[in-house]
Design a protein around this ligand. Structure first.
Ligand SMILES: [Fe+2]
Ligand SMILES: [Fe+2]
Length: 195
């Protein structure tokens, strides 16, 4: 992690101890860095603080409803929206204390606000932020956690990722990386059939 992001992480992780959000965030941060390497024109000082804070608002959502407030059978879309607004509220409280100026804070908010409930590319930074968030699902860690959340088998996880999530990537690099993760996960799952 970049040294300038460590203070944000220390604040964010206190709010990320639900739904495996702390682990998810660390993977998405790493994947955001990889995306940023491929898009040098994007501003890492907006994308990286945003990714650390984007899901902090889940900590304000009733625990018994969290696992029903996202994913393929979302029962509470209003709570999906609320976690975005709660994340913005946490960022609003914390970022000024960490030395961010108003202009940076506004840009960071614009990525956190709508990160799940808007699907289009609102800026290059937004595309990278959204793709880093989604790309985690394709990692071995993401595959496992999604299977646990929705109580579905690994092949069902991969089916969802292939048929419903893959077409939604907003950057070429994100989509290619998702495909590589997906193909390696499928090979891992079906390894025995080839031997
Ligand atoms: Fe989210
Ligand atoms: Fe997320």
């Amino acid at each position: 992690m970049r040294s300038q992001d460590q203070a944000i992480w220390e604040v964010a992780k206190k709010h990320l101890n639900v739904r495996n959000n702390d682990e998810h965030t660390l993977f998405s941060y790493l994947l955001a860095q990889k995306l940023l390497e491929n898009y040098p024109e994007a501003n890492p000082d907006i994308v990286l603080p945003a990714i650390l804070l984007h899901d902090t608002g889940w900590s304000k959502i009733p625990k018994d409803k969290i696992l029903h407030a996202f994913g393929p059978n979302n029962k509470y879309p209003e709570l999906t929206r609320q976690h975005e607004l709660e994340s913005v509220a946490i960022a609003e409280k914390e970022l000024p204390k960490l030395g961010f100026d108003n202009q940076q804070i506004e840009k960071i908010f614009s990525l956190i606000d709508g990160h799940d409930t808007t699907k289009n590319a609102r800026s290059l930074e937004d595309s990278i932020h959204k793709d880093a968030d989604k790309l985690w699902r394709y990692t071995p860690h993401g595959n496992r956690i999604i299977g646990e959340w929705f109580e579905i088998e690994p092949n069902e996880v991969l089916d969802i990722l292939e048929n419903f999530v893959l077409p939604t990537f907003l950057t070429d690099f994100g989509q290619k990386q998702a495909q590589i993760f997906l193909e390696t996960a499928k090979l891992n799952l079906n390894l025995r059939t080839f031997l």
